[in-house]
Design a binder for this molecule. Structure first.
Ligand code: AMP
Length: 281
């Protein structure tokens, strides 16, 4: 496995693989790899000749008050994990490589970027779509792999790929969870012992919703208020949002009568966590 830091070298190396008709799979990440990332790399490994991952903590998707500076990083460990999982290249550019002086161009997927996570993180998805488009242009993979953990992100990226006629297949893989149900996330490393326990409210609120739906409840506001009531019992938790939306276009659903996404963001202490489930209508 090789680490590549410049766009020029990354493009040159991949151009020769492409000439040899190799199938290129790509997994974009911000590093501090966990099983969620590794499952994407494993999927890419199954379906590609060449697996590229990127590790880039993208400053344009962090708000001014957010955790850019303290976002966890450990390249040595990431290298070992990515290699074990079968990655061939880590693209690991500096910020100045991706955003050189004079950089001015951003891509925005309208409406979808303003809802849910976009309401409390107004610039976030503009940063995500910009960096993902740049990475897709540099790597030019046949397929790029994303996690259902960031369900809104996946929907926005699919929209961008379709709207901008990009020649890449997007695959979205299931959420990988800890044994007790907590969705894996690099940000879980921020949680102190008490917060780690409290963080289970996200998963438990989602399983509560699932149970209510199984019992026949279809009214979203009833389900959301039950979830809110449940989360409020946890003193370390503060709800950012709970949404029940159409799983294709993020339109709010008053009634769950088609495939729905139930998504939430909750602060546990200072750490903002997200999770979701999908429900067949
Ligand atoms: P990140 O490094 O957090 O930007 O995540 C990189 C990719 O890994 C994104 O496509 C995420 O959706 C995906 N991912 C993160 N956590 C998980 C998880 N627990 N299960 C599945 N995919 C995940």
């Amino acid at each position: 496995m090789k680490i590549i830091k410049t766009i020029k070298e990354m493009k040159t190396v991949l151009a020769s693989h492409r000439e040899q008709m190799k199938i290129i799979g790509f997994v974009p990440t911000m590093g501090y790899l966990h099983q969620g990332h590794l499952s994407l790399i494993g999927r890419a490994r199954q379906s590609s000749d060449i697996v590229v991952i990127s590790i880039f903590v993208n400053p344009t998707q962090f708000g001014p008050q957010e955790d850019l500076a303290r976002y966890p990083r450990d390249l040595k460990r990431d290298e070992e994990l990515a290699e074990q999982e079968g990655a061939d290249y880590i693209f690991y550019p500096d910020v100045s490589e991706m955003y050189p002086e004079g950089y001015k161009t951003y891509v925005l997927v309208e409406e979808l970027s303003k809802k849910m996570c976009g309401a409390s993180r107004p610039e976030h998805f503009r940063g995500v779509t910009t960096i993902v488009l740049k990475l897709l242009n540099i790597i030019q993979p046949h397929c790029a792999y994303f996690g259902q953990k960031d369900a809104q992100q996946a929907i926005i990226i699919r929209r961008m790929v379709e709207d901008l006629n990009l020649d890449v297949k997007i695959e979205v893989e299931p959420i990988v969870r800890e044994a007790d149900g907590l969705a894996m996330s690099s940000r879980n490393s921020y949680l102190k012992a008490k917060e780690r326990k409290a963080a289970l409210v996200l998963y438990h609120a989602l399983t509560l919703a699932q149970k209510l739906i199984k019992q026949g409840e279809r009214n979203s506001s009833v389900i959301i208020s039950q979830m809110e009531k449940f989360i409020r019992q946890e003193p370390l938790a503060r709800i950012d949002y709970i949404s029940i939306v159409d799983n294709r276009n993020l339109q709010e659903l008053a009634l769950i009568n088609k495939e729905a996404l139930i998504a939430l963001a909750v602060y546990i202490g200072k750490t903002r966590l997200i999770d979701n489930i999908t429900i067949q209508g």
